[in-house]
Design a protein around this ligand. Structure first.
Ligand code: PLP
Length: 537
């Protein structure tokens, strides 16, 4: 299949291309980075547009008393190429220059990065903190990404066929296109049709509150309205202005990031008028980035798999030792859990019944490595981390918390754990790509049937499901049942298989690699985007 020559411009607030290139916070950025790399592997006509963050996202450390401390060192990336292009956007009535950098350093298609850290802007530095500021700063950043990004592509002379907004942050690019159309004399509603014909959108957030909304006054105040009236803004994105709804109304097609997420997203937005259809395209991961070398060839021979895994497990144990001083035991079942620390992901579910978990930990049936940052203002997330840090103290040598979750830790954990634990409140996990990385490395998923896992899970064959597909009516009941199901699958299936039937375990590792490596790789995802989203039917 040929992916054609018509250029797709992929917009995203964050990119996780390489650990030391700190332009990312978490899953959204990792996905975007993998998308650009797989596009390069396939010679696909894609360019990325993003922001050159001076400080990026919090690097988060843990203080001696167990509290999260956020730090934002400045970063310098001397390898970036200067395109010589600077574009101007208007923020709060002031002209702000955005210098455009470029990189293809990480095996990615060209990524263009906007940077307002230039002398002519004086102190008005909007591109320092990724997801850091309040409404005003966020809107300024979104003007830079959307409007600045759109203008940058024009100034660079790139002939774009389709604009892809990965998440709603870039939706002001659509508004800028609309402004141009209207200025050229097209009527407002016809202009919307023209913008739609050039735009597609990916939604990532099955939690209503996670879909960004801004008061119309804030759009007017910052200049994000681009001259449109409150009535026109409301027609596009409601009042308050919902970035997801606006993107659904300015796109010809949208997608969710897993089959189940598609069901959730369609249900979530079905009451909104004038929105485009929402398909499902399940995410994938860039195998050369995330899969350990011996697993890239998809080995099937049990002893070869086990030998390679043992080395990866030791590498994780070494990393844990180096970072925390804790010596984990290579013979004990190693549970990996790393996700953004936030309420619905329930990083603490394993500790719901202290008696039951204590028995497993003290009996050396399992040991757990946790990682994951919380957003600096997510109090629930911070308290989850505080609880995990307390558990690490309560179970020294069996429970570890690795602060500063990043690509380095993510990679070591999804290669070196024995099982990959995932227990969000269903159906709030959009996809969960870390589980794909694990599966391809022969790390068995033990997961709630949420996100991508229902598409892959053959219970007891290539991993395990925690519970079934029913969602109890109350959150308390859901937490209670999921915890019981988690303990029973660990006690009755995972642990006995690991210690008493190692041959079956190795067979399951082979099944995990075989069933997931092609289906959930980023190249499959890129092909799907070209076929279902980019190609005009
Ligand atoms: C893979 C990865 C993610 C995304 O994984 P989820 O399963 O969606 O949490 C986030 N952060 C890092 C550092 C990763 O490597």
């Amino acid at each position: 299949m040929t992916l054609g020559t018509k250029t797709v411009a992929y917009f995203c607030m964050e990119y996780g291309l390489e650990n030391s290139f700190k332009l990312y916070s978490g899953g959204l950025g990792i996905l975007a980075g993998d998308m650009l790399k797989a596009s390069r592997d396939l010679n696909a006509p894609v360019v990325g547009v993003g922001i050159k963050w001076l400080r990026g996202y919090t690097e988060q450390v843990i203080s001696p008393d167990g509290k999260t401390v956020d730090c934002y060192p400045e970063h310098d990336y001397p390898f970036l190429e200067d395109t010589g292009v600077t574009v101007t956007v208007k923020i709060k009535g002031q002209r702000i220059g955005c210098k455009v950098w470029k990189t293809e350093r990480f095996g990615n298609v060209p990524l263009y990065l906007l940077d307002t850290n230039i002398p002519s802007n004086g102190e008005r530095l909007y591109t320092a903190f990724l997801y850091g500021g309040g409404t005003e700063e966020r809107l300024a950043q979104e003007i830079i990404l959307g409007v600045g990004g759109y203008k940058a592509l024009k100034a660079l002379g790139i002939d774009v066929d389709t604009y892809h907004f990965n998440e709603g942050h870039a939706v002001f690019a659509g508004l800028e296109m609309l402004r141009e159309e209207v200025e050229a004399g097209t009527g407002f509603k016809d202009a919307i049709e023209r913008v739609k014909s050039k735009t597609v959108f990916t939604t990532h957030t099955p939690i209503p509150a996670g879909n960004e909304r801004h008061p119309l006054e804030a759009l007017l105040y910052t200049g994000a309205n681009l001259g449109f009236t409150t009535d026109q803004l409301s027609y596009i994105g409601n009042t308050p202005f919902n970035m997801t709804v606006a993107a659904l109304r300015l796109s010809r097609k949208a997608n969710a990031v897993a089959e189940l997420h598609g069901v959730t997203a369609r249900d979530m937005w079905k009451g909104e008028q004038r929105c485009c259809e929402i398909l499902s395209i399940t995410n994938g991961v860039h195998r050369p980035t995330w899969v350990a070398e011996p697993f890239l060839s998809q080995p099937s021979e049990p002893e070869a798999i086990w030998k390679a895994h043992t080395a990866e497990k030791q590498a994780l144990i070494d990393l844990v030792k180096e970072r925390t001083g804790v010596a984990l035991d290579p013979e004990v079942l190693l549970v990996g859990f790393s996700r953004r620390a936030t309420g619905y992901k329930r990083g603490n579910l394993l500790f719901s019944d202290m008696g039951r978990i204590k028995k497993l930990l003290d009996g050396k049936r399992l040991q757990v490595v946790f990682s994951g940052k919380s957003h600096p203002r997510d109090l629930q997330g911070r308290s989850v981390i505080a609880e995990l840090v307390a558990m690490a103290k309560a179970f020294p040598g069996s429970v570890v918390y690795l602060p500063g979750y990043d690509m380095r830790i993510g990679s070591a954990m999804t290669r070196g754990a024995d099982i990959w634990l995932n227990n969000p409140r269903r159906p709030l996990e959009a996809c969960g790509t870390s589980g794909m990385k694990a599966a391809m490395n022969g790390v068995l998923n033990v997961s709630i049937l949420d996100g991508w896992w229902p598409e892959a899970c053959k219970h007891g064959v290539n991993g395990w499901a925690i519970g079934g597909e029913d969602v109890p009516s109350s959150v308390e009941e859901q937490d209670r049942q999921d915890a019981l199901n988690l303990y029973s699958v660990l006690e009755q299936e995972v642990i006995p298989t690991f210690y008493n039937d190692r041959a079956r375990w190795k067979g399951m590792m082979a099944a995990s690699i075989r069933s997931c490596s092609d289906q959930f790789c980023a190249q499959r995802m890129v092909r799907d985007y070209f076929e279902k989203m980019y190609r005009r039917q």
